[in-house]
Design a protein. Structure first.
Length: 136
């Protein structure tokens, strides 16, 4: 009888642990499903239907804009450093940095425009196909 009670207690603990782990996994999976990443951005854009979906995309594109702005600043700093150097290294680096600064700033501007469009969708201010980027 004592063995059966102890066995039931262990079985009960095991069942509770299994349920807890299953719920934690499900919740974590649901949270990850709402997170937009480089790997799933196209699918998330195609599947977006709710304000929360649109806000997740807006956040992703805002972060991308910030990264592009940081890249432009990094190349600006490199170019500023190269302006104090003379010779072939300067001749090679300055045009490279100038081009990357320009393209990174343009990239940041486009990402921010996309983020703004998705923020409007999230707030109900636009409809798909009318001011926001939609994928086919």
């Amino acid at each position: 009888m004592l063995f059966e009670m102890a066995g039931n207690r262990w079985l009960g603990c095991f069942v509770r642990l299994a349920i807890t782990l299953a719920l934690a996994t499900a919740v974590a999976g649901a949270a990850r499903a709402d997170t937009v990443t480089d790997e799933n951005v196209a699918a998330m854009m195609q599947a977006a239907k709710t304000p929360a979906d649109y806000q997740s995309l807006a956040t992703y594109f805002t972060d991308e804009a910030k990264q592009a702005t940081a890249t432009a600043a990094q190349h600006q700093a490199m170019m500023d450093g190269m302006s104090r150097v003379t010779g072939k290294s300067q001749q090679v680096a300055i045009p490279h940095c100038t081009n990357l600064i320009k393209s990174s700033k343009a990239e940041a501007k486009e990402y921010q425009a996309l983020a703004t469009a998705y923020e409007k969708l999230a707030s109900g201010g636009a409809t798909p196909g009318h001011g926001a980027h939609d994928t086919p």
